[in-house]
Design a protein around this ligand. Structure first.
Ligand code: ADP
Length: 502
């Protein structure tokens, strides 16, 4: 086993890897930019190395510098986390060429799954069902129209190099094709420096269901079952759960086998995720493979009892997986809410500031994977995700109640956060019934956000409100909280109480 690992990341995922290292008796090395000099991951790691200025391009994306630092401190392996360098083929290769171990798949597998078109070609060859469409870049609108005619409108134009929902355009009729293709190409060129765009059928009302796979370097590749990530805003996931209400044992088996086949076709090992769309008829289509640990990995950890980050490290060190497919027996239900520094009441505008007060939820079945503490400066240099709140319970219903309870316990002051938005979702009848698909949130958002906080709540007011909430928390509850009525101590209610005190 490795003695020392460098973590080429920041925030909650850096802390997640540090925790895995500590439990395994491995020394951890953090890296940090000027903006993160006082960040929790810097303090929690056994060693920390400064790598540059706040913009990622001058720090967390400096692969050359990070490899140099790893050699300097005597680390044997590098964990890339997610984002930043995690899916850069050149980085995985450079780490290997430097005589270090990249904790992730081989560079060749990253390359094979790197573009959506190459992943589609590989999937088709391996007999994996993909959304009907092309596997090559389009030459012009005539070609796009001819292909679209074969499977009918609406169709979706997608950037081959795409990610984060960029370079995607829905085309509802042939007349829209020309303009949509131009826009998609321009957007793709700007975002990825590559204007290759292809076309696929636009699936109406599907769920986003993905399969976690885990493989070793000795030929074992397992499916750790599904996660559902249908609560999305602008193609970005906000809430994830495992298992999925829409997945039957038959679909689970078929999807799992398909994901394993796709991973094997790419020569994959370590942890990875195959993303699928599941349509209303139970048919599923491969979208792409994410060749890294994912933000939402904890829900799989909680239902399978398998520590994915520790196994990433063990597999990278050459260990064999000691379990078989039949040993993967999921238990209960897990839900994750992404707590971001965005203001739901204000169009999810990113919010910046200093965390002045933080009260974390705890108690049965609650897990907090966070990267903030009191005093943390939340700026605009990095992703707005502050933390992930994850719960585990025997049933979905109990998990939703538990998440609601945990969100009520959570208080973040100093920046706006998505907490109240998540509370509203947990109270929503459709969400509670599992009646969700990828367009559900966009449809529901406005009514979810209808309850607005008073306009003049100020920063000082928020801190006083936090103190009131704290006092309430210590006082015995008068009645059991029912999530069908208004929550008793969410921020908006607290702001109302404060108004009454004035
Ligand atoms: P990106 O890499 O940009 O995130 P994906 O291919 O993963 O792009 O798609 C992102 C999201 O867009 C999916 O989770 C789904 O919500 C939606 N989507 C993608 N392809 C289709 C499709 N063919 N039909 C309908 N929705 C789609």
């Amino acid at each position: 086993m490795f003695k020392k690992i460098l973590i080429a990341n920041r925030g909650e995922i850096a802390l997640r890897v540090i925790r895995a290292c500590r439990e395994m008796g491995i020394a951890s090395v953090a890296v940090y930019s000027d903006a993160d000099a006082k960040a929790p991951h810097v303090r929690e790691a056994d060693e920390a190395m400064h790598i540059g200025a706040p913009p990622s391009a001058e720090s967390y994306l400096r692969g050359d510098k990070i490899i140099e630092v790893a050699k300097q401190v005597g680390a044997e392996a590098i964990h890339p986390g997610y984002g930043f360098l995690s899916e850069r083929e050149w980085f995985a290769r450079a780490v290997r060429d430097a005589g270090l171990v990249f904790i992730g798949p081989p560079a060749e597998a990253i390359a094979a799954m790197g573009s959506k078109t190459s992943a589609r070609q590989l999937a088709v060859k391996a007999g994996v069902p993909v959304v009907p469409g092309t596997t090559e870049a389009l030459t012009d609108a005539n070609e796009a129209r001819a292909i679209a005619d074969q499977f009918g409108y609406p169709v979706l134009l997608k950037a081959a190099a795409g990610g984060g929902g960029k370079g995607m355009r829905v085309v509802r009729e042939p007349g829209e094709m020309e303009a949509a293709l131009d826009t998609a190409r321009r957007e793709a060129k700007n975002a990825f420096g590559d204007d290759a765009v292809y076309v696929e059928k636009y699936i109406v009302g599907p769920r986003h269901v993905e399969i976690q796979v885990l493989g070793d370097q000795h030929g074992t590749m397992l499916s750790l079952n599904e996660r559902e990530c249908s609560v999305q805003r602008r193609h970005q996931k906000m809430i994830e759960e495992a298992p999925s209400v829409a997945v039957t044992p038959e679909i689970r088996r078929a999807m799992g086998e398909t994901a394993v086949r796709a991973a094997q076709a790419a020569g994959y090992y370590n942890a990875g995720t195959c993303e699928f769309l599941l349509d209303v008829d139970g048919k599923f289509y491969f979208l792409e493979m994410n060749t890294r640990i994912q933000v939402e990995h904890p829900v799989t950890e909680l239902v399978t009892g398998i520590d994915l980050v520790q196994w990433q490290i063990r597999v990278a060190a050459g260990e064999k997986l000691p379990f078989k497919q039949a040993d993967i027996v999921p238990r209960g239900w897990a839900i994750e809410c992404r707590i971001t520094s965005e203001d739901p009441a204000n169009g999810f505008l990113p919010s910046t500031g200093r965390i002045s007060y933080l009260h974390l939820p705890s108690g049965p079945g609650v897990r907090w994977d966070g990267g903030i503490e009191v005093g943390s400066e939340v700026g605009l240099f990095y992703d707005p995700m502050l933390a992930k709140l994850i719960v585990h319970a025997p049933t979905r219903e109990a998990a939703v109640e538990r998440m609601h309870r945990a969100l009520l316990e959570l208080t973040i002051e100093g920046v706006e956060s998505s907490r109240d938005f998540h509370l509203r979702v947990m109270e929503d009848a459709e969400f509670r019934a599992g009646a969700i698909e990828i367009q559900w949130l966009e449809r529901r958002l406005e009514s979810l956000l209808q309850v607005k906080p008073p306009a003049d709540t100020t920063r000082t007011a928020a801190v006083v409100a936090a103190l009131i909430a704290d006092r309430d928390r210590q006082a015995p509850k008068r009645a059991a909280t029912s999530t069908s009525s208004a929550p008793q101590s969410d921020a908006w209610t607290r702001a109302g109480r404060l108004e009454a005190l004035r």
